[in-house]
Design a protein around this ligand. Structure first.
Ligand SMILES: NC(=O)c1ccc[n+]([C@@H]2O[C@H](COP(=O)([O-])OP(=O)(O)OC[C@H]3O[C@@H](n4cnc5c(N)ncnc54)[C@H](OP(=O)(O)O)[C@@H]3O)[C@@H](O)[C@H]2O)c1
Length: 347
């Protein structure tokens, strides 16, 4: 629905069933409900952009994690950029644009809690979900607080063309380190090397991936920013130097694992041996732990984007109804850049 006319319905994407392994379109249900009416102190938000992120796969499981699961029948959760279309709240006016967590739907009510006003002149609005939002902040806080790269060190990151990984490698270079990216396929690798300026990049889908990684890291690895796990971790682990730092940010290679699925040989004793003998620092984090760094991040990242030191790529898919397929693709590496759904045109 374009323009100022108010539509009659709200399109929502709900969790229809819990996936066993890879999600399928049947795990989602697209429904129409009537448009909610804001009461006193509330706002009606029209969603412009919806962020699709790997963590949403965890929310589809019933298992307890660092956040509550989405219940069957509930609207899928997610970060959004939205326009205020009706306001009965003193702090927001119709036309304001905000960052919200409104989920997979075209309209949402809010009481204003947790909203952040965005300046549409300052940066493209979709960047509030990517390079200037949660994924960019994840890269910044995880790399600088846990990874602590020093000039001349080698920093390796996988999913290097994606929302988090692309920022990790570029920030590493700003700090004087050597950035080695790992990405899936020739096109993504060319982008990481030629557009983002990483020092080296390796395709994790080629048969001699592990040997190529050895060749790209002649002095070993000082910081490994862990985004994926799986066969990438297996290739990286033997190359970690003494005192290497490993911010464990994500393990996307195992998000679609079925409960109880065999995970292969138990390599924990080997890992623990090297944690001890190499004094490794392997440290998991969820970005919100570092929330007090957000003001510094916004300032630094805006500066790096305007100086051209950080570049970013977005993969924008039109239409909320296409969110399930796009999300399934994200877990298989079919996105190319920060995945965002354009739910409605900005004007
Ligand atoms: N800890 C936190 O607070 C936090 C916050 C945000 C994100 N994360 C994590 O950060 C990671 C990256 O997230 P993102 O939003 O930046 O996503 P993204 O990189 O934009 O997209 C996901 C990418 O993961 C790669 N991938 C998927 N399956 C894989 C597999 N089996 N093996 C190797 N690579 C695989 C694919 O890239 P290729 O085609 O290049 O392989 C895919 O494009 C995820 O693990 C996510 O959960 C953590």
């Amino acid at each position: 629905m374009e323009g100022n006319a108010m539509p009659s319905g709200n399109t929502q994407v709900r969790l229809a069933s819990r996936p066993m392994g890879k999600p399928t379109p049947e795990n989602f249900e697209i429904t129409q409900t009537s448009l909610p009416e804001p009461s006193e102190g509330q706002l009606l938000l029209k969603i412009l952009y919806l962020s699709l992120d790997p963590y949403m796969r965890g929310r589809m499981n019933a298992t307890k994690s660092y956040a509550k699961p989405v219940e069957i029948g509930d609207v899928m959760e997610g970060g959004t950029v939205a326009r205020v279309v009706r306001s009965r709240h003193p702090d927001f006016a119709e036309g304001d644009v905000v960052l919200s967590h409104s989920g997979w739907q075209s309209y949402a009510l809010s009481d204003g809690a947790g909203l952040r006003k965005l300046d549409p002149q300052a940066a493209p609005l979709s960047t509030a979900l990517g390079i200037l939002g949660m994924p960019g902040f994840t890269a910044y806080s995880g790399l600088l607080t846990i990874g602590r790269p020093k000039p001349g060190e080698t920093v390796v990151v996988a999913a290097a063309s994606g929302a988090v990984g692309s920022a990790v490698g570029q920030i590493a270079r700003i700090k004087g380190a050597r950035a080695v990216g790992i990405a899936g396929g020739a096109e993504k690798c060319a982008f990481v090397r030629d557009e983002l300026g990483f020092d080296a990049v390796i395709d994790h889908r080629v048969p001699d991936f592990a040997a190529q990684l050895v060749a790209a890291c002649p002095g070993g690895i000082d910081v490994y920013f862990e985004n994926v796990g799986g066969h990438v971790w297996d290739a990286v682990f033997p190359l970690l130097n003494d005192f290497a730092r490993v911010p464990v940010c994500g393990l996307i290679a195992q998000y679609n694992s079925r409960p109880g699925e065999p995970t292969g040989a138990d390599r924990l004793p080997l890992v623990m041996r090297d944690v001890l003998s190499k004094s490794l620092n392997i440290r998991g984090f969820i970005q919100r732990e570092f929330a007090d760094q957000r003001p510094d991040f916004y300032r630094a990242m805006a500066g790096w984007i305007s100086s051209g030191e950080v570049r970013y790529r977005e993969d924008i898919v039109d239409g909320l109804e296409n969110a399930p397929a796009a999300f399934i693709g994200l877990l298989e590496g079919r996105n190319f850049g920060k995945l965002v759904i354009r739910v409605a045109a900005e004007n």
